[in-house]
Design a protein around this ligand. Structure first.
Ligand code: HEC
Length: 131
């Protein structure tokens, strides 16, 4: 029958629409659950920041655990000298903050937010505790 066929067709269309809506809802809830939680933890974020803040990583000079590093050696008046980035995993937060904000000839200036400085400080200091 023609009528019956039409009804069947419209049911099929409706089922299709409902399935599409379900799919959309599923995708929506999937996305919102991803965005509801942080992609990365604060420690992971600080690690990224430490290794690559604004393009120049702290780790390339201060070492991956803030242990300090010899950047270069040179001879001054016949004496061999080291150019060093000091260890920074053993500082008070005040010293740490001062260290990243005071002008330096070697270390680049960073304009970090309080949250960034605190995350970095916690991250780097954690290495000292675990030694
Ligand atoms: C290009 C190398 C270089 C990079 C990159 C660098 N530093 Fe430094 N940093 C130094 C040197 C060298 C010093 C020693 C003081 C000076 O000569 O400027 C220093 C000093 C410091 C101090 C003071 C230490 C103290 O004992 O008072 C802190 C804190 C510090 N850096 C943290 C950081 C952090 C955090 C980063 C990344 C956001 C960073 N540095 C990136 C080279 C670097």
């Amino acid at each position: 029958m023609k009528l019956g066929h039409n009804n069947q067709l419209s049911i099929k269309v409706r089922i299709n629409i409902i399935q599409n809506m379900k799919r959309a809802l599923f995708l929506f809830s999937l996305f919102s659950s991803i965005f509801a939680e942080d992609f990365i933890t604060e420690a992971e974020y600080a690690k990224l920041l430490y290794e690559n803040p604004r393009g120049v990583g702290c780790s390339s000079c201060h070492g991956s655990k803030g242990e300090g590093k010899v950047l270069a050696t040179y001879i001054e008046k016949g004496v061999k000298k080291n150019l060093e980035a000091p260890p920074i995993n053993n500082l008070s937060y005040e010293m740490f903050k001062e260290g990243i904000s005071k002008p330096s000839k070697i270390m680049p200036s960073y304009f970090l937010t309080n949250f960034e400085s605190q995350s970095l400080y916690r991250y780097i200091s954690s290495f000292k505790k675990s030694q």
